[in-house]
Design a protein around this ligand. Structure first.
Ligand SMILES: [Ca+2]
Ligand SMILES: [Ca+2]
Length: 259
């Protein structure tokens, strides 16, 4: 009996060890939690959903298309109830050494653009480094841009539902993402509770959703050396970003002058 228990324990330890080894040998991709879109009003240009974290806490996500005169814009379409086509299939463009999972179902918000609207996402709390998964930005014959108000990096891309390839998304200066049948995931760098973009030229069509890894409630920012004061630990994304960009621009300028 006792020996059996010991043997079981040893087996558990061995399994746990194997698990750790598998985890360590794989890339450090982590699970992201995507928006479960719940409502959308295509004619009013709005959609809202929730992201549920592993501790069952929720972050609400609101999307709105806004005309220059602040009146409601519009969507092309949205899928919020798990029905319709799953445009995240194949999921390869959305998987990377950083992101372990593609959007889980057919939920998506889609635009055409080219009508001078601003597209704004608002999160119910500041979120560090949120991701945006994109289907079919532009087409092979109609390259299309998302002109963001926040800096981003391309995390992954590849051939997706409508085709495209491994270089169909390109970053341009000015926080602009260029797509020519682009499928992939980008990540906004910083801590945001809102960000926005516009689509200067129309293309029929491109869709997206958003994901987060964690929240500051679950995983607070570590102290940065100086005294920390609760709420002020969340940096202001715009000013911080402008500071970084300013320094970067200065660096580039200096190098150019030297050359
Ligand atoms: Ca849904
Ligand atoms: Ca497209």
């Amino acid at each position: 009996m006792r020996i059996e228990r010991i043997a079981k324990k040893l087996a558990c330890v061995a399994l746990a060890g194997a698990g750790v080894m598998v985890g360590a040998s794989e890339a450090s991709a982590v699970v992201y939690h995507y928006v479960d879109w719940q409502t959308a009003d295509v004619a009013a240009g709005t959609a809202s959903g929730v992201i549920t974290l592993p501790d069952t806490s929720m972050v609400t996500v609101d999307f709105e298309a806004i005309n220059p005169d602040a009146s409601p814009g519009n969507l092309f379409f949205a899928q919020t109830n798990g029905g319709g086509t799953n445009y995240w299939n194949p999921d390869a463009p959305y998987l990377s050494a950083q992101v372990d999972n593609a959007p889980p179902d057919s939920d998506i918000v889609a635009l055409i653009g080219g009508v001078d609207q601003t597209y704004r996402v608002t999160l119910s709390e500041p979120i560090k480094d949120p991701i945006m998964a994109i289907v079919s930005l532009g087409s092979g014959s109609i390259p299309t841009t998302y002109d963001f108000d926040s800096p981003f990096t391309i995390v992954s891309q590849g051939a997706g539902f409508w085709g495209g390839g491994p270089a169909a998304l390109q970053p341009l200066p000015g926080d602009i993402l260029l797509g020519a049948e682009g499928h992939g995931t980008i990540q906004f760098i910083g801590t945001f509770d809102t960000f926005a973009w516009d689509v200067p030229t129309p293309e029929n069509w491109h869709g997206f959703t958003f994901g987060i890894r964690t929240t500051l409630a679950i995983e607070p920012d570590p102290p940065t050396g100086g005294p920390t004061t609760g709420g002020s630990a969340v940096p202001e994304p715009v000013s911080a970003v402008l500071g970084v960009m300013g320094l970067g621009a200065l660096g580039v300028g200096t190098r150019r002058r030297v050359v």
